[in-house]
Design a protein around this ligand. Structure first.
Ligand code: HEC
Ligand code: HEC
Length: 92
């Protein structure tokens, strides 16, 4: 085997290892996602209207009107990052 093709093999190995590492990282990230025990979007008088809005993104625009600091129902302390409410608080 020439010196050149040996080096080529080595860099293939590095690229493949990197790829596996990235996949492992993504998997760990997904496994760390909040469990399904996260409370669902309530189906009460207040929240019923948001079940009707098809786009999650559109519906979420209203959440912080009540669930922000100093509002009616602020988020509990230590609440996870809060963008995209409905990814975690699913609608049933
Ligand atoms: C008009 C005010 C208001 C808006 C807008 C609002 N909420 Fe609420 N939310 C409340 C109040 C008050 C409570 C506590 C009483 C209750 O459970 O209904 C609550 C409770 C909750 C709970 C806790 C339910 C539980 O099981 O403990 C979640 C989750 C929630 N809201 C998510 C959302 C999301 C997501 C949005 C946006 C789509 C939203 N809320 C919009 C007022 C609001
Ligand atoms: C990354 C996932 C995630 C996102 C995004 C998220 N939440 Fe939560 N939320 C949680 C978890 C987990 C809890 C329970 C926290 C605890 O037990 O201390 C919680 C708790 C709450 C509570 C308290 C009542 C309960 O069920 O414990 C309310 C109200 C709430 N979230 C509303 C919202 C709103 C409104 C948004 C968007 C602005 C939002 N959340 C975004 C995961 C999330």
């Amino acid at each position: 085997m020439t010196q050149h093709s040996k080096q080529k093999k080595k860099s293939f190995f590095l690229v493949n290892s990197l790829f596996v590492l990235i996949l492992a990282g993504v998997l760990i990230f997904l496994l760390n996602a909040p469990e399904e025990t996260t409370s669902f979007l309530p189906k009460d008088e207040i929240h019923l209207q948001f079940h009707g809005i098809k786009s999650k993104k559109e519906a979420e625009k209203f959440c912080l009107e009540c669930h922000d600091i100093g509002k009616d129902a602020p988020l509990p302390e230590g609440h996870p990052p809060k963008f995209r409410c409905l990814f975690c608080h699913k609608r049933k």
